[in-house]
Design a protein around this ligand. Structure first.
Ligand code: ZN
Ligand code: ZN
Length: 777
């Protein structure tokens, strides 16, 4: 029997279908799908592993489990072990059951470093039960789940590449050691314990640096005023048009005033010039350019773009989306692909491409492993779901654009002199859309200007005018731009970059889109930059990245590179400890800032301020006794009965992500407002104002009551119709909520299923400040 192991269940099924000519059947082994068929060559079975079988981990032992600064050096040198990945027991059983009776093995995992490593893991799992397979195992490499590619790969079997697998293995080890050592060290130094630990990563921290550096630039920006002049002229056709002064920006108001005063009718057309511009069609997509383009053109994150692309690949609709290549290899069936695509109405505009020899554009990077990303299957985008359809369409249009002609535009500029001052108007018209006819994202709308001739005299339409402006700080980096910069600086790989950005969000170092650093994020980076520069900048991690490439090229061994990185961790950790005290202070200050939600209005009205005269602030506090979080005022002191006792319950951070929205609610102006999102669950965040009487909160309660009433009515109707299933497991308990002041209609707190209690009630103080969750004394 021949056993074939792939990475995903989906690819297992596709490969079985293709190789069996459609006769394969699905069976289950330890709940894992196995696809089987028999032919003249015997029996065949295909299993998808669903990713890694095993993972790297620190060995058992107190010295590796405990978070202590004096154990870090030992942790770094710990001999790493390999253990089964979570939830992989059944897959391993299923694979080993087949391997025992197999007489040959083919590794068909994804064709990249990670896939090679998963392939090596699969091999080891099989050899453990059937050492004879060592003599008869092969590797199938393919870049798309199409008939040609799969048949080609299986009739041209290759060997497993140990250097490639070891390069991926080195990354696993290095990232585990770095992450564990510095996450522990920095969390311990900053006393950020439990769920609030501060994660630090080899690639993550320099990436945060890119975002923070831009933020610092923005904050350092000095707004400089300037002035612009405009004038409107009448055209003989009856319409009038707007012009701009030939001086782009006046930095001196007096000069602008003088030019404005000197502007006088009539305007004389001094020159009309036209210029043709040619824009070249875009180059084929590789992972990086796809992530950047999809993110900016479709308004999705690079991570989402990759997820959709992965789905499209698993469906057999596009080629493998992890590739560096931007040059189509000769082997691609380009003409056939285009012919199939233009039969789809959406892409019919590209049909004329087939009338001439195909001349695709080329990028700079070539990689023999995979082709650039291209569509492997022609279908109507409308057959796919929303965003997936748009990603597929983008890939098809980009592909067709790479064979298209340039776009030709004509820009026209007319200079008009009015009383010694020159004004101009500019227009741009598309003469031949070329590639933009199919790659519609690139097409700009025409801006036509009225027909003008040199020597023509024009009356002013109204008075010329001045607009005062000021220079703007550089924009925040979009996620697309960030991915691009990470690529340029050698941070991460094409496969890992979107996940690393995601991690910055989940660790709360950044928030919003485009990413904006939180005070904690800023502090982490600034502390590293000052005391552990190696962790703040891209150099060190880019060097390691290059060394991993050398493992893949067989120029270095995995052990050498991992040991080198261990040395780097030791010395970097020593640097960190030298700056320990200062570092902790910086990070503390940042985390403290992130806890502040906004000013306390009660204190403001009572005229209470901090000693330095600044306002008392409402901030998130963790009650020592109960561990629960609540919102309290910085103006509170234990022994002063006159001090501010404002407190508000809040959704607990272990279950909800709470991010600041407004320092002071723009509706009621009484308390801060935050966004709340259930952790680890999809769904929209909701806005929470801490003021219970805020109109937004009253509305929210009313809506909730309506929803519940509707649910109740539906339940009753269903019951009446006899549709009720047998009574649920237990009685649905009506939560016995003790509302201190019964001002809420009963329905509001009636059911758990209607959403968690947001804790919007104002808490009556009962003595000390233990927070709402604490036991009342
Ligand atoms: Zn207060
Ligand atoms: Zn409000």
């Amino acid at each position: 029997m021949r056993l074939i192991i792939t990475e995903k269940n989906n690819s297992a099924q596709k490969i079985a279908e293709i190789l069996s000519g459609g006769s394969s059947t699905e069976t289950k082994s330890f709940t894992v799908p196995v696809f089987r068929w028999s032919d003249g060559e015997g029996d065949h079975a295909v299993i998808g592993t669903g990713g890694h079988f095993v993972e790297r981990a620190f060995p058992e032992g107190k010295e590796y489990k405990q978070w202590k600064l004096d154990l870090i050096h030992g942790l770094v040198d710990a001999p790493l072990i390999t253990q089964p990945s979570d939830g992989k027991k059944n897959v391993i059983k299923a694979v080993q059951k087949e391997a025992k009776v197999a007489d040959s093995l083919i590794i068909g995992t994804d064709f990249d470093r990670e896939g090679e490593l998963i392939g090596l893991e699969a091999l080891e799992v099989c050899l453990a039960v059937n050492p004879d397979l060592e003599k008869d195992f092969k590797r199938a490499r393919y870049s798309a789940l199409t008939k040609e590619e799969i048949e080609g790969a299986f009739s041209n079997l290759d060997d497993l590449s140990y250097p490639l697998a070891h390069a991926a293995g080195a990354r696993q080890d290095i990232d585990l050691i770095w992450g564990a050592a510095f996450t522990r060290a920095v969390s311990l130094i900053a006393k950020a314990y439990g769920a609030n630990f501060l994660s630090v990563g080899r690639v993550q921290s320099p990436t945060l640096g890119l975002i923070v550096e831009r933020e610092l630039e923005r904050r350092a920006h000095v707004y400089k005023p300037y002035w612009e002049l405009y004038a409107k002229f009448e055209h003989p056709s009856g319409s009038s048009f707007e012009t701009h002064h030939a001086t782009d920006k006046f930095w001196d108001k007096a000069e602008a005033d003088a030019a404005l005063a000197a502007t006088a009718a009539p305007g004389l057309v001094k020159a009309v010039t036209s210029r043709k511009n040619t824009s070249k069609p875009p180059t084929p997509y590789n992972t990086n350019s796809f992530q950047v383009d999809a993110s900016s053109r479709l308004g999705i994150t690079p991570k989402q773009a990759m997820n959709y692309a992965q789905d499209l690949y698993d469906d057999g609709f596009i080629s493998y989306p992890r590739t560096d290549n931007t040059i189509y290899p000769d082997s691609l069936p380009l003409e056939k692909t285009i012919a199939a695509l233009v039969k789809i109405k959406d892409f019919a505009a590209a049909a004329p491409l087939l009338d001439a020899p195909l001349k695709p554009t080329q990028g700079k990077k070539f990689d023999a492993a995979h082709p650039p990303i291209y569509p492997t299957h022609a279908l109507y985008p409308s057959a796919l779901d929303g965003p997936k359809a748009r990603v597929y369409e983008l890939i098809v249009r980009r592909f067709l654009a790479t064979f298209s002609s340039p776009m030709i535009t004509e820009s026209t500029r007319a200079d008009i002199e009015a009383g010694g001052e020159t004004y101009f108007v500019r227009g741009k018209v598309v003469l031949d859309p070329g590639f933009a006819g199919i790659y519609t994202y690139a097409r700009s709308s025409d801006e036509e200007i009225p027909a003008l001739e040199e020597g023509q005299e024009l009356a002013l339409d109204g008075k010329p005018w001045m607009v005062d402006k000021e220079t703007q700080p550089p924009a925040r980096l979009s996620e697309a731009k960030l991915v691009q910069m990470m690529d340029e600086q050698g941070l991460g790989t094409k496969a890992t970059r979107p996940d690393i950005i995601q991690k910055l969000y989940s660790r709360k170092y950044v928030r919003n889109h485009p990413p904006e650093p939180t005070a904690t994020g800023m502090a982490m980076y600034e502390a590293f930059k000052e005391y552990v520069p190696g962790m703040a900048t891209s150099e060190m991690t880019a060097t390691l990245e290059a060394e991993m490439d050398q493992i893949a090229e067989s120029d270095l061994t995995k052990d050498t590179v991992v040991d080198d990185s261990r040395k780097l961790v030791h010395s970097t950790f020593d640097d960190l400890m030298k700056g320990e005290e200062a570092l902790s202070k910086i990070i503390w200050a940042g985390m403290d800032k992130d806890r502040i939600l906004g000013p306390c209005i009660v204190c403001k009205e009572a005229g209470r301020t901090k000693e330095d005269g600044s306002p008392n602030m409402l901030r998130i506090i963790r009650a020592k006794k109960s561990g629960k979080s609540f919102v309290g005022c910085s103006g509170w002191t234990a022994d002063d009965p006159e001090a501010c006792d404002q407190t508000f319950p809040m959704p607990q951070p272990n279950f909800y992500e709470v991010t600041p929205l407004e320092e002071n609610c723009s509706i009621c102006h009484r308390t801060p407002r935050v966004n709340v999102k259930t952790r680890g669950r999809a769904g929209r965040p909701w806005k929470l104002c801490f003021n219970d009487d805020c109109p937004t909160m009253i509305e929210m309660r009313e809506k909730k009551a309506e929803r519940l009433a509707a649910q109740e009515a539906k339940k009753k109707a269903d019951e009446a119709a006899g549709k009720t299933k047998t009574k649920a497991k237990g009685k649905k308990k009506a939560p016995a909520k003790k509302s201190p002041a019964k001002k809420r209609p009963k329905t509001v707190a009636a059911s758990k299923s209607a959403g968690p209690d947001l804790g919007t009630r104002r808490v009556k103080k009962a003595g000390g400040r233990n927070g709402p969750g604490a036991k009342k004394s």
